[in-house]
Design a protein around this ligand. Structure first.
Ligand SMILES: C[C@H](CCC[C@H](C)C(=O)SCCNC(=O)CCNC(=O)[C@H](O)C(C)(C)COP(=O)(O)OP(=O)(O)OC[C@H]1O[C@@H](n2cnc3c(N)ncnc32)[C@H](O)[C@@H]1OP(=O)(O)O)[C@H]1CC[C@H]2[C@@H]3[C@H](O)C[C@@H]4C[C@H](O)CC[C@]4(C)[C@H]3C[C@H](O)[C@]12C
Length: 428
């Protein structure tokens, strides 16, 4: 996909035309939506989730990612921030709007209900019971909007003895069973950043659940509750680990198997300039190309799958990789099937020729690099917003107006401290 510059206007243009779609979304099933969407063709590419309105209650990392995915693919995502907070911790706010709302006040709760009545999705990242305590539980909201998709993204899910416990990625990963498999031989388990539970098993799985529920709603006309547990999401992402045990892939202790850094042909190696190469030469024909590229003779080496010889083979690979720079090894293996690639840093990915050719990473208006939304849809690709992230409460006034609040009501909410507006900060 050629990433067209974003074009906040373009998104805005699409969005200002979406109320028609929304009416269709709310009243009629899918066909009507498509009819309206077809009518908009020619006004810019229509993203897959155009017309979908999402209310995202501000959270730490997984829910913001979920909201960003929905926004990247065209949904209108309004993040509900707290009042009296100077700075957001949401670094995944691309394309979102922000309203600052005090939910500790019943009037604030009433505002949120009104937003949810006119929305398709509410996404909440709090501990079990928090939303109910505020009078914003699924019973309260679905009663008023039966088409609402109520997504609950938590660590342990809505039931079970851990449901109310605090936790973070590493705890959920531990409870999923996967953490026990991660780490090098003879070392303790090691969490790969907070990628697996927070983002893959959490934010992404929740977004998938929301899209499924939207699809189902287009047939049934009904909303539903999504109970997205990061323990279960992570475990599900890791289904292969359970399903492949019958193959004997995990028979050895942690860090001594084929895919967990046990095998020397599935590992990373330091180069002479202190960088690294990643080696994934599993199949014999690819392994042969690795050996050739390294300038080794197969006759001098133990056989590839002789597990007891892996430590010796690894020492050989370590020694050889240390003789050239990363760039030199990249040149050696470029264009081969040896499955050897440079380990790129976050700063290097943008300029790698392959990534560059595909536009896999892009710069926003602040010059910040981030990954392009994946996957790429041929007719309705995501068009990530390139403008800066919203300030807390930047869109309070405009969102309230859009959701039908009168000017007088907005003024009262502002003067009562129920909502806060930061338009001025946005103009600075
Ligand atoms: C980048 C860091 C984030 C790391 C991610 C980490 C690894 C994770 O794993 S995130 C996954 C966490 N788990 C979940 O999300 C599971 C579900 N949620 C929960 O279990 C809980 O919410 C919880 C355990 C995460 C938090 O529990 P807590 O008790 O705090 O909250 P809840 O019980 O859920 O209740 C919420 C209460 O809030 C009230 N509320 C909600 N909205 C409103 C509203 N609009 N108005 C009023 N009130 C509201 C609600 O009513 C509840 O109230 P009650 O309690 O009374 O019921 C980042 C982690 C820390 C960051 C740093 C830090 O913030 C300091 C700096 C801040 C600065 O601004 C930026 C730099 C910082 C260093 C900052 C940097 C990073 O962002 C962090 C390191």
């Amino acid at each position: 996909m050629n990433m067209k510059p974003q074009e906040h206007q373009k998104r805005t243009r699409i969005k200002t035309t979406t109320p028609t779609i929304l009416c269709a979304c709310v009243i009629n099933p899918r066909r009507a939506v498509w009819h309206e969407v077809q009518n908009l063709k020619g006004t810019g590419s229509i993203m897959a989730l155009a017309g979908v309105r999402v209310i995202e209650l501000a959270g730490l990392a997984p829910a913001p990612f979920c909201g960003m995915i929905l926004s990247d693919f065209g949904a209108k995502v309004i993040r509900v921030d707290r009042t009296k907070v100077a700075m957001t911790v949401d670094t995944q706010a691309r394309g979102k709007q922000s309203i600052a709302l005090n939910l500790k006040n019943p009037k604030g709760v009433a505002v949120l209900k009104r937003l949810c009545v006119q929305s398709d999705v509410v996404l909440e990242p709090y501990r079990k019971g928090v939303m109910e305590k505020m009078g914003l539980g699924p019973d309260d909201l679905l009663k008023e909007n039966p088409r609402l998709i109520y997504a609950r993204l938590t660590g342990y899910g809505q039931s079970g003895s851990y449901a109310k416990a605090a936790g973070h990625d590493i705890n959920y990963l531990a409870m999923s069973g996967l953490l026990s498999m991660l780490g090098r031989s003879s070392e303790k388990p090691y969490a790969p950043l907070n990628l697996v539970a927070d983002f893959a098993g959490g934010g992404l799985m929740c977004a998938f659940g929301i899209v499924l529920a939207l699809l189902e709603r287009s047939m049934s006309g009904q909303g539903q509750i999504i109970d997205a547990s990061m323990v279960e999401g992570a475990a599900y992402v890791g289904s292969f680990m359970w399903k492949s045990r019958s193959l004997g892939l995990w028979n050895h202790p942690r860090g001594e198997n084929l895919l967990d850094s046990g095998a020397p042909f599935y590992d990373t190696y330091r180069t002479s300039d202190g960088k690294y190469m990643a080696v994934g030469a599993i199949e014999p024909q690819f392994y042969q190309q690795l050996i050739r590229g390294l300038g080794l003779d197969d006759a001098d080496l133990p056989t590839q799958m002789s597990v007891s010889d892996w430590p010796q083979l690894r020492e050989t690979f370590i020694r050889v990789f240390a003789t050239k720079t990363q760039a030199e090894w990249s040149q050696v293996f470029n264009g081969t099937d040896a499955c050897v690639t440079p380990v790129l840093s976050l700063d290097e990915v943008l300029s790698h020729p392959h990534n560059k050719a595909r536009g896999s990473f892009f710069k926003d208006s602040q010059g910040e690099v981030s990954p392009r939304p994946a996957p790429v849809l041929s007719r309705s690709p995501a068009e990530p917003c390139r403008s800066r992230d919203p300030f807390i409460g930047e869109h309070t006034r405009s969102v309230l107006k859009e959701y039908g609040f009168e000017q007088g009501q907005i003024d009262q909410l502002l003067s009562g401290g129920i909502v806060e507006c930061n338009e001025a900060k946005a103009r600075l």
